[in-house]
Design a protein around this ligand. Structure first.
Ligand code: FES
Ligand SMILES: [Fe+2]
Length: 385
């Protein structure tokens, strides 16, 4: 083959999509199950997660406990049972299961079999949210991977959490992780124009720091004024729980928001996506106004996720994305994410070492400004015609 033929072949080669399919294992880490208080209504709750069913219940002191939902006696569903004292009682034959997994009483029996123990899941109640620890190897959570305190939570200056959950079917939860590095989709999917965009990965934390302005050519339901700049500092703490701190400049001051974006897997091809918002009151703002603003932000966030969901539901899983320079470190991010899917002994330095990458947004910003101006001009022309 001559050199010329060689390069012609290269230019004509078709890039094929490679995909090994979704992992069957579930990530090691803390997974948020929503607002803690929703589980303190005196009833056991059913959660389908990690390919099985769990029961969540509050003991007599309000401590939240999580057990395998299927009773070890004859398979009854504990989440359909009742809370009795510090135990959840099975609806089938009333065996009483304590939060540590031990069966403490069988009302009709002389004694409880000493082996009557089921799986108790490790829980964490933090920032008004309930977390469950998943580890396919069965190890307890290391102290350094805990969920951080969210400053302002519980103080009078901040609103309560809004909370939403949606089941996404036909997709593995890893699909949503790519968002961390995906600068360009913010313009096309979320109608925001990134002005700066940086990623840092280190240990179990992956961060995205960006500033952006809303697209001027798209009319949005929620509008904080045209030229406002927002700054966002978002980090995944482990495989599934992101805290996003947002600052939005408005004529009345800078609005501070904390957005939670988290999920837990149900099966290898479905997951529950959850998001919640709390907003800090501006000086002079009444509490009710802050709650209202949080609701508004919550609704805006919902719309944002719906845009992502529409993409996830229809997209292919792709192991070899074809990238340009402005796409961000997709492969490095996926290596970071891989640490949660291998045994602890198999974690390699490239999964956890510090890695930083800043995208040069100068080119994209120029091009997008131009596109927005053209869209506005076209609309004005159509309006005056
Ligand atoms: S199946 Fe649960 S008590 Fe019998
Ligand atoms: Fe997105």
């Amino acid at each position: 083959m001559t050199l010329q033929q060689d390069s012609a072949t290269e230019g004509d080669a078709i890039r094929e999509i490679e995909s090994d399919g979704a992992p069957t294992r579930f990530a090691r880490g803390w997974h948020c199950l929503g607002l803690s208080d929703t589980y303190r209504d005196g009833k056991p709750h059913s959660i389908e997660a990690f390919g099985t069913k769990l029961v969540v219940f509050a003991d007599s002191t309000g401590d939240l406990k999580i057990l395998d939902a299927y009773c070890r006696h004859m398979g009854g569903d504990l989440s359909q049972g009742e809370i009795k004292g510090d135990t959840v009682a099975c609806p089938f034959h009333d065996w009483r299961w304590a939060g540590n997994g031990k069966c403490t009483d069988i009302p009709y029996a002389r004694r409880v079999p000493p082996v009557a123990k089921t799986r108790a899941w490790t829980t964490l109640d933090k920032n008004g949210q309930l977390f469950v620890w998943n580890d396919p190897e069965g190890n307890p959570p290391p102290a350094e991977v805990t969920i951080p305190d969210i400053e302002g939570f519980g103080s009078d200056e901040w609103s309560d959490w809004t909370w939403n959950a949606v089941l996404i079917e036909g997709s593995n939860c890893r699909e949503i992780i790519d968002n961390v590095v995906d600068m360009a989709h913010f313009f096309y999917i979320h109608y925001n124009m990134p002005r700066s965009f940086k990623n840092v990965f280190e240990g179990h934390i992956a961060s995205q720091v960006m500033s952006f302005t809303p697209r001027t050519d798209v009319v949005l339901d929620i509008d904080f004024g045209v030229d406002n700049v927002s700054r966002s500092d978002a980090s995944y703490f482990g495989p599934s729980y992101m805290i996003d701190q947002l600052w939005t400049d408005t004529p009345d001051g800078t609005i501070e928001t904390v957005l939670i974006n988290c999920h837990y897997p149900v099966t290898p091809t479905s997951f529950v996506l959850q998001y919640g918002v709390m907003v800090k009151r501006l000086p002079g703002m009444e509490r009710a106004q802050a709650e209202e603003m949080a609701q508004g932000f919550g609704a805006g966030t919902e719309a944002t996720f719906e845009q992502d969901i529409a993409i996830w539901k229809n997209k292919a899983s792709i192991d070899n994305p074809l990238l340009c320079e402005e796409d961000g470190p997709v492969y490095q991010l996926r290596r970071w994410y891989q640490q949660f899917y291998v045994d602890v002994a198999d974690i390699t330095p490239d999964m956890v070492n510090r890695y930083e990458f800043e995208i040069d947004t100068a080119r994209s910003a120029t091009r997008w400004e131009q596109e927005m101006a053209e869209n506005i001009a076209a609309r004005e022309q159509a309006g005056s015609a």
